[in-house]
Ligand binder design. Structure first.
Ligand code: GLC
Length: 565
């Protein structure tokens, strides 16, 4: 039995601030834009909002390169705006969660500037600075964004600093107690201000394999993904527990980790009772189809793989803690474009995917625009892409002999910019996001897919999300939806997802026909009531709500049902 937490019943929402709402017409979203949309979020039923980084930054990696942890970047507004946002959110019962990016900072951060002035002084020890091998990097690690993970310290022939991500994102040396104390101080400063907690960026990377040794090359470039060192690094939990003790626990902060590549047998240490975080994101479906040759040739994910990944992950996690269910975020393509077969990319399919995500055991975590079914963008030229990682991957594809057009097509499907186009508020110019020129062009389909168009419509994707979210706090179902055990049923059917949520008093049966053809599904327990139906199928409602144990019901293509049984 999980220990109950205040956030378990909530629904969370991620804001990518550059693209959410621009209040001052400079083409970049800002804090005042967010303030103006708090009522919208409240109306949707959101209780927790995570805002991607708003700290001062040169934006080499869109704010994930922080040059001052204590300042708001002027592009987003001022500290007064932030205080107002916190106060206004509080009035509406919304908790604000910030992004904590402490594996690395920006090369423009004062610490790094000073380290480069004197690599052997105090600040040199804030980073991983090592001697190379005759002017070559200390080891063959490839950064996540391509190229060596080591960059020369300017002015030195054989001295390098480590960067797991871009060279403008030097890794902070967590082995240095002083660095850790600086970080904890900063965390406490923000919690003191009244934020509810943090999303912890790339956090598993803070512990390095300090041998900094070569690993077998995994591509022709002779390098090996820096991520391989995670298999060898030991002791991340000591840092994480210390951070919890010194920074989070005194404020009872909500913490949610971004963790890939962690050892599943350590899940308890992450989110179990006494674990270092409250929650982590469930990336089980998101890592499907990958190879270590780069993501440009990532495979498409089948419905069966998608469903199995969720089942597997719930099987190991639900008795330990509550992970967060996402279908997309600012690093992923749009969930509907990735996980729905092409013939399912319509409102019914989008509602089905929403239903699977929100009815599975976990904290529902929406990404801006997901609630209206925003889709991937069509990129016509690589120059339309802003994202550093997509540009790198495009180069990787070209270097492997893929032609330009084909390379663009391949990176388009997975590009992070799919999710970073402006939020589609209305069919007005630039989707109602800005009165200026948006920093990233909007998706061309904003006239058909936007909030204004869906707001008053009972049958819209947005209305369906609202109903799903409301079910989570509906007194009749809350215990079952939040804590009910997720038990797969009808697993022999392919392109189909069926599971029970077994609460203390109620049981819900969730069925999703993950294909365009109709099909029969055998009902494992007598139906008492239809709770949700994405097809609102009046013609079949009677035969479903009367279905007895062992009888069959006919489900339409992409139909999604929540039945009380
Ligand atoms: C995380 C962020 C991503 C960023 C990276 C480096 O994965 O979500 O956007 O590029 O960390 O900070």
């Amino acid at each position: 039995m999980l220990q109950k937490k205040w956030w378990h019943e909530k629904t969370a929402y991620q804001i990518y601030p550059k693209s959410f709402m621009d209040a001052n017409g400079d083409g970049v979203g800002d804090l005042r834009g967010i303030i103006g949309k708090l009522d919208y979020l409240k109306g949707l039923g959101i209780g927790i909002v995570w805002i991607s980084p708003i700290y001062q930054s040169p934006f080499v990696d869109q704010g994930y390169d922080i040059s001052d942890y204590y300042a708001i970047d002027p592009a987003f507004g001022t500290m007064e705006d932030m205080d107002e946002l916190l106060a206004e959110a509080k009035k509406r019962g919304i908790s604000i969660v910030m992004d904590l990016v402490v594996n690395h900072c920006s090369d423009k951060h004062e610490w790094f500037q000073k380290a480069m002035e004197n690599p052997f002084g105090k600040y040199g020890k804030y980073f991983y600075i090592r001697e190379g091998k005759d002017g070559n990097p200390p080891c063959n690690w490839r950064s996540y964004f391509g190229g060596s993970a080591w960059e020369k310290v300017p002015g030195y022939d054989n001295l390098f600093y480590l960067h797991m991500f871009a060279k403008e994102q030097p890794d902070l040396n967590w082995e240095n107690e002083e660095v850790r104390q600086e970080i904890y101080k900063m965390i406490r400063w923000w919690l003191e201000k009244g934020i509810a907690g943090f999303r912890l960026d790339a956090i598993i990377n803070i512990k390095k394999d300090l041998r900094f040794a070569d690993f077998p090359a995994d591509r022709e470039d002779g390098m090996c993904s820096a991520g391989v060192m995670l298999e060898h690094a030991q002791g991340v939990h000591e840092f994480l527990q210390e951070m919890k003790r010194e920074a989070f626990a005194p404020y009872d902060a909500f913490t949610i980790g971004e963790l890939f590549d962690f050892r599943i047998e350590e899940l308890e240490q992450y989110i179990g009772a006494g674990g270092c975080f409250e929650s982590i994101f469930d990336f089980a479906p998101h890592v499907l189809g990958g190879t270590n040759h780069g993501w440009f040739n990532r495979r498409e994910v089948t419905p069966d793989e998608f469903c199995d990944a969720i089942y597997r992950s719930k099987r190991v996690s639900q008795d330990i803690g509550m992970m967060a269910n996402i279908i997309e975020n600012h690093d992923e393509p749009r969930g509907v474009s990735r996980y729905l077969p092409k013939d399912g990319l319509h409102d019914t399919g989008k509602k089905m995917l929403a239903g699977i995500s929100l009815m599975s055991f976990g904290l529902p975590f929406l990404y801006q625009g997901q609630e209206i079914g925003m889709t991937n963008k069509q990129f016509h030229d690589i120059a339309e892409v802003d994202d550093i990682s997509t540009h790198d991957e495009y180069r990787v594809a070209l270097s492997r002999g893929v032609g330009k057009e084909e390379a663009l097509a391949r990176v388009s499907g997975m590009s992070r910019d799919n999710a970073r186009t402006p939020m589609q508020w209305s069919s007005e110019v630039h989707a109602g996001f800005t009165e200026g020129k948006p920093w990233l062009p909007e998706n061309e389909n904003y006239r058909e897919i936007n909030v204004a168009q869906q707001e008053g419509r009972e049958d819209s994707v947005l209305s369906f999300y609202k109903k799903l979210i409301a079910l989570r706090t509906d007194p009749a179902y809350t215990e079952c939806v939040v804590y009910g055990k997720q038990v797969p049923v009808l697993t022999e059917l392919s392109d189909f997802m069926g599971f029970l949520r077994e609460g203390r008093e109620k049981t819900l049966l969730v069925l999703a026909n993950y294909r365009s053809m109709e099909r029969e599904a055998v009902i494992p327990q007598k139906v008492k009531k239809i709770v949700m139906d994405n097809c609102e199928a009046k013609d079949t409602a009677a035969h479903i709500s009367d279905a007895k144990e062992g009888s069959s019901i006919l489900m339409k293509g992409y139909q999604f049902l929540v039945l009380e049984v």
